[in-house]
Design a binder for this molecule. Structure first.
Ligand code: MG
Length: 331
């Protein structure tokens, strides 16, 4: 199989400011494996860069060229060296796309899933002036809003949006608080009728999460950044109420399935989410979404130059394409 790749620069509709930093563009990579498509998101706070992803792909291209059977997904992925999880995800996605295309079925069917069971997706409002955030939430007209916090004005941002909409609200602190800040802020935010909070504490502080959860502030806590693989899911058992699965953290669909099933065995709720990704990466996640309790798959809604046609949005409802494999077309 022939692996090729190209830079995929995504232009954000509004500056995407979160606790990790602010961006107007994201520098992803598109991968192709024969007629299979994959995407890698270069998320700098996960140590990923566009150059690093392309370097990884060039390093493994010869090894992949030796294999001509896309049905050996497990075998091929196990032979890949450690390194960029996003690049590994791009290869995994392209392999699954190719697998579905060879069989002539959409991935959700191959996984035995009902595409009408995809949970409604949230829509992300990045950090900004509270009044502007409230206006964006209102203008979206969408029923589930995810608010990025972890800055200076957290309570004012949440209060402004709560006053502007009846939507369900989730917040994501993106590892932006200390234990003390989180213990002060979570009970305050809990007054605004929120569904849950993502990653209040820095990566690595599992005991802090356990301690926060034991305070029973009335706001379920989900772990995101530190939970990459099924092993990380197991490490967070009892410390959080749920976990956030992203293909760019797991290194693709294969490990995402393991992470989701591990979470189920440990009584953790599961949200499937994305990075800033085009319809290639997000459609792949949508095929798995019927396995999850919550969806946060708004990547294509946040960018203005998506070259691909895959999952479609009817408000917050996601319509998974019926084409073979990912079902993603270009142009
Ligand atoms: Mg998050």
């Amino acid at each position: 199989m022939k692996l090729t790749w190209e830079p995929l620069t995504l232009e954000l509709r509004t500056t995407f400011r979160i606790a990790h930093g602010a961006d107007d563009r994201r520098y992803n990579v598109l991968a192709r494996l024969d007629e299979g498509l994959g995407e890698a998101a270069a998320v700098t706070y996960h140590g990923e860069t566009q150059a690093g992803i392309m370097e990884y792909l060039s390093r493994v291209a010869d090894e992949i060229a030796k294999c001509d059977d896309p049905f050996l997904i497990e075998d091929i992925l196990n032979r890949l060296p450690l390194g960029s999880q996003a690049a590994r995800a791009a290869i995994d996605l392209a392999l699954h796309d190719l697998w579905g295309k060879r069989i002539g079925q959409p991935l959700y069917r191959l996984f035995g899933l009902d595409p009408t069971r995809v949970p409604l997706t949230s829509f992300t409002i990045a950090m900004d002036e509270p009044a502007l955030m409230a206006q964006r939430a209102q203008e979206s007209g969408l029923p589930i809003i995810k608010i990025k916090v972890g800055g200076e004005n957290d309570e004012a941002m949440v209060a402004a949006i709560r006053n502007a909409t009846n939507a369900k609200l989730r917040v994501d602190a993106n590892a932006g608080w200390t234990r003390e800040q989180a213990a002060a802020m979570i009970p305050r935010l809990a007054q605004y009728d929120l569904e849950f909070i993502e990653q209040p504490l820095p990566v690595g502080d599992i005991e802090g999460l356990r301690w926060l959860r034991a305070q029973k502030f009335g706001l379920p806590i989900f772990a995101d950044e530190p939970v990459k693989t099924a092993r990380d899911v197991a490490a967070h058992a009892g410390a959080v109420d749920g976990i956030v699965v992203k293909l760019m953290k797991t290194g693709g669909i294969r490990e995402a399935l393991r992470a989701i099933h591990t979470a189920r065995a440990l009584d953790l709720r599961v949200m499937i989410s994305c990075m800033i990704e085009s319809s290639v990466g997000v459609t792949a996640a949508a095929h798995l979404a019927p396995l999850c309790d919550y969806a946060d798959l708004d990547g294509p809604l946040l960018i203005r130059n998506d070259r691909f046609k895959g999952v479609r949005y009817d408000g917050a409802r996601m319509i998974v394409p019926e084409g073979a494999g990912l079902g993603v077309g270009e142009g």
